[in-house]
Design a protein around this ligand. Structure first.
Ligand code: MN
Length: 205
């Protein structure tokens, strides 16, 4: 663990996930500088805001999943959605993937619902390019237990609509601008190299 990560963990709020890798470990796909800003500043701000906004309310002490479902529209839901989206986002990467594509149950569902893994990649890449402004593209499991790719604006999140988030791409400029400037498609295209498919598959089990 490097110094910055150690410092953040030591002062982190209830909602900060511990990164399972060092800040520079995902280079060159995601730079150390981007992790330091994205995890250390952007997510930290959402997490701190959520702690402050829920303190002394009926949501205090609830899990992030419960807060996302129950939060009133506005500042609490905006911050809660971003906390949940980013927790899942940062934990879905690894510097050394064991496998380069899904296996087992997730692979079976992808073939059933998209035809092939390549078709899923195409769908997520296209949705990420088309999303106007800031937001998220999620592979999620809907209430009929089928996989789908959905786009969400700003901090909106699948769980709010009864869908289980499985794999998410953050298309806010803060996720890629330091490394890729305006080339969002290049950034998204490279994320496939660092996905931890074991972690992603656990989300549907
Ligand atoms: Mn972000």
């Amino acid at each position: 663990m490097n110094c910055l990560t150690a410092l953040i963990v030591s002062v982190m709020s209830d909602f900060m996930p511990t990164l399972p890798y060092d800040a520079d470990a995902l280079e060159p796909v995601i730079s150390k500088e981007t992790i330091e800003y994205h995890y250390g500043k952007h997510l930290k701000t959402y997490a701190d805001n959520l702690s402050k906004l829920t303190r002394g309310t009926a949501l205090e002490g609830k899990s992030i999943e419960e807060i996302v479902v129950d939060a009133p529209e506005g500042a609490i839901y905006n911050n809660a959605g971003q906390v949940m989206n980013h927790q899942l986002y940062f934990l879905q990467f690894t510097p050394a993937p064991r496998i380069s594509r899904p296996e087992g149950k997730l692979a079976t569902l992808i073939v059933r619902d998209f035809g092939s893994f390549e078709e899923l990649q195409k769908k997520m890449n296209e949705a990420s390019t088309k999303l106007f402004g800031s937001g998220w593209v999620w592979l999620c499991l809907n209430d009929s237990a089928r996989l789908e790719v959905d786009s969400y604006s700003n901090g909106d999140t699948p769980l709010r609509y009864g869908k289980l988030p499985v794999l998410g791409f953050d298309v806010w400029e803060h996720a890629y601008y330091l490394d890729y400037q305006n080339r969002r498609a290049d950034h998204i295209g490279r994320l496939w190299e660092i996905i931890d498919w074991d972690e992603v598959t656990r989300r549907i089990e």
